[in-house]
Design a protein around this ligand. Sequence first.
Ligand code: SF4
Length: 214
Amino acid sequence: MLVSEIFFSIQGESSYSGLACVFVRLAGCNLACTWCDTPYARDDLGASEMSPDGVVDEVERYGCGLVEITGGEPLVQEETPGLAAALADRGLEVLVESNGSVPIGGLDERVVRILDIKCPSSGHAGSFLIENLDSVRPVDEVKFVMAGREDYDFAVRFMEEYLCGRTGNVLFAPVTPELDPALLASWILRDSLTVRLQLQMHKYIWPERGGDGL
Ligand code: SF4
């Protein structure tokens, strides 16, 4: 597998935020989002070739019960579902974050899927595979990263037309500094949305390192 980095940090996003977590960042992505915060992981430059077993061994070295496989887009590598299952076999809680533009149905049932549905300002609205909704369960999470009102309206429409309550774990995350979190909060409150406002906790803890942990 092509691995961009493996590191141990505080989970800064999702409803798991605040927990210690090992991150496996796989290299390669099928999109090129405007707001991409990991451009270095979009291709294999600087990536290391590792076997799935080698990745599992490296993750276990940290002695942490939570692991997230992310990218790039982790599901562009065909070994990813097998890696996720192998980590779950070791008793770890496994999160996979995907942009949802590639099929997620091959992931093990024990794996929590976190889907980052692209809004218009990303340049990839419409990239989400609607058939992936069949694989979204109540334990899974759906995230919208938004830079303004057009993105917010897109997310609300998507929730109403497609998500239809498949999961209650819906995350609204502002792009900073483009969208003031206070403004996003006011929209959420005015519309009485049952969503979680998500700020990237790691960027508050380690602002000088761009949010990278250990
Ligand atoms: S899907 Fe993620 S990694 Fe790929 S370009 Fe978009 S933000 Fe970057």
